[in-house]
Design a protein around this ligand. Structure first.
Ligand SMILES: NC(=O)c1ccc[n+]([C@@H]2O[C@H](COP(=O)([O-])OP(=O)(O)OC[C@H]3O[C@@H](n4cnc5c(N)ncnc54)[C@H](O)[C@@H]3O)[C@@H](O)[C@H]2O)c1
Length: 440
């Protein structure tokens, strides 16, 4: 057996883990209802690496392949409790029915647990999400005061639910496109901008700031800038807290990051990739606004450039066209349909085409990501990992990275990075797949 010495001390996950969700919409309610159903033995946690995934340890001949959750000391899903903020007052039961992802029968079986989750008043400003207009919203003299109200919410939730630890995950609507500015440079400039009610401070940043100030790890499931600015990543380091984002990798982009690495591996060229979607849920309605769509588009477009590396392979990938469209089409609800037309070329430049028609369910793909992120962020905090958690790139369309570092989008490299991080934490040898030792 080839284990290295364990060097990382990880606190045990005692007591309850609070999961605070910003936004109680389709993704959040599908996640909460799913966990409650799994706790009751009504369903399996399909799609969750922390619950169903395994990890190979040591040599292939050792046959050591434990479940991830038996290998690292994760919180049990029985110890999870949920809270949320939303701009609408609906509890999680009504919100789940409204979202229409899960069958009414299943939601009714979980009615008591879901009705007990009533959203707290949100920090919201329609300037950042044009298509929504909610009434369940906090008032305050300035953005710093709103942050302090959120910090008080976190504390009250922690006390009321007797939580040992809390994590926060942004599952709220996509905000308008923003770029980092001088306001986001340092904690001082950020706090000044919050006091001055600067438009450079979006609601999602106020939540992220409040999370970090209250000792809470933060993940960003939408493409908003949010915690991906120097002031907040610095705050995370100073507070010894892990952060990660952005934009849950589900649906069409998940497929892209599965297929593109395969094409590149076999040096198959690309002329173009056209992607279009029809989507009818509230997320689709929000993304119908060009400013919110721009945020999403940036997140979706970057993937292929990074995977295919046109600068390294100009003969194969220079100047390919990449177009992404999302059309709001109410009849489909959460059951999105995504089409891809991929124009590729092979030996001697001969053209070929791949067509994909993915009839997916967005929130069904996103819910296990929320579960894994909650458990892994909690693990990271207990292991003393702070700042950007690049090993969680596996879950995101636009992974956050250290300044100057390009993100890794290839799903299989991301998975290797994630599993090697777990091996590292537990003092196990990292797996390189070299394998020469089997042929000595
Ligand atoms: N479902 C997926 O596969 C997927 C994948 C990647 C990213 N996302 C992102 O996750 C987010 C959630 O998706 P969804 O399908 O659940 O959307 P949704 O519209 O059903 O839910 C979002 C909820 O957030 C609330 N909200 C908006 N602004 C808020 C604020 N400032 N504070 C508190 N609540 C606020 C809305 O009222 C709504 O209830 C979206 O940004 C979406 O783009 C989803």
């Amino acid at each position: 057996m080839s284990a290295t010495k364990k060097t990382v001390e990880i606190e045990a996950p005692t007591g309850k883990l609070g999961v605070l969700l910003v936004g109680l919409g389709a993704v959040s309610t599908t996640f909460i209802a799913g966990v409650e159903a799994i706790k009751r033995g009504l369903a399996e946690p399909v799609g969750s690496l922390t619950q169903m995934g395994t990890i190979r340890l040591g040599k292939r001949t050792e046959n050591r392949v434990p479940l991830v959750r038996d290998f690292v000391n994760l919180a049990s899903i029985d110890d999870l409790v949920f809270g949320a903020w939303d701009i609408f007052e609906e509890d999680a039961y009504d919100a789940a029915l409204h979202a229409g992802v899960l069958e009414r029968d299943l939601v009714n079986q979980l009615k008591g647990a879901l009705q007990s989750i009533r959203p707290m008043k949100a920090v919201f400003d329609q300037h950042y999400v044009k298509r929504l207009n909610g009434t369940h919203v906090k008032r305050g003299a300035d953005k710093l005061e709103l942050a302090n109200q959120l910090i008080a919410d976190v504390e009250n939730f922690r006390r009321a639910n007797e939580c040992d630890r809390v994590v926060m995950i942004w599952c709220a609507s996509t905000e308008v496109f923003m770029q980092p500015g001088p306001e986001h440079d340092t904690i001082e400039t950020l706090e000044r901008a919050m006091r001055e009610n600067s438009p450079a401070i979006a609601p999602s940043m106020i939540y992220a700031y409040a999370a970090l100030k209250s000792g809470t790890p933060f993940a960003n499931g939408a493409p908003n800038l949010t915690v991906d600015v120097p002031a907040l990543t610095r705050l995370a380091i100073d507070q010894n807290l892990p952060v990660c984002g952005k934009d849950f990798k589900t649906g069409q982009t998940l497929m892209k990051t599965i297929i593109a690495p395969g094409l590149k591996a076999r040096l198959i060229g690309l002329h173009g990739w056209f992607s279009t979607n029809i989507l009818g849920n509230r997320d689709g309605e929000v993304l119908d606004d060009p400013e919110s769509f721009k945020t999403k588009e940036e997140s979706k477009l970057s993937v292929l450039e990074y995977i295919l590396q046109p600068d390294v392979y100009p003969a194969l990938y220079k100047d390919f066209s990449h177009i992404v469209r999302i059309n709001y089409y109410p009849p489909r609800g959460d059951n999105k349909e995504g089409w891809d037309n991929i124009d590729i070329f092979g030996w001697l430049g001969y053209p070929m085409q791949i067509k994909i028609d993915f009839l997916c369910r967005d929130s069904i793909l996103a819910a296990p990501i929320v579960l894994d992120l909650a458990l892994f962020l909690d693990l990271a905090k207990r292991a003393g990992m702070r700042g950007i958690q690049e090993w969680l790139s596996f879950y995101f369309k636009s992974p956050m990275t250290a300044p100057g570092l390009y993100p890794e989008h290839d799903l299989f490299i991301q998975l290797m990075k994630l599993k090697n991080t777990l091996r590292h934490l537990q003092g196990e040898e990292l797996i390189t797949h070299l394998g020469l030792e089997y042929y000595d």
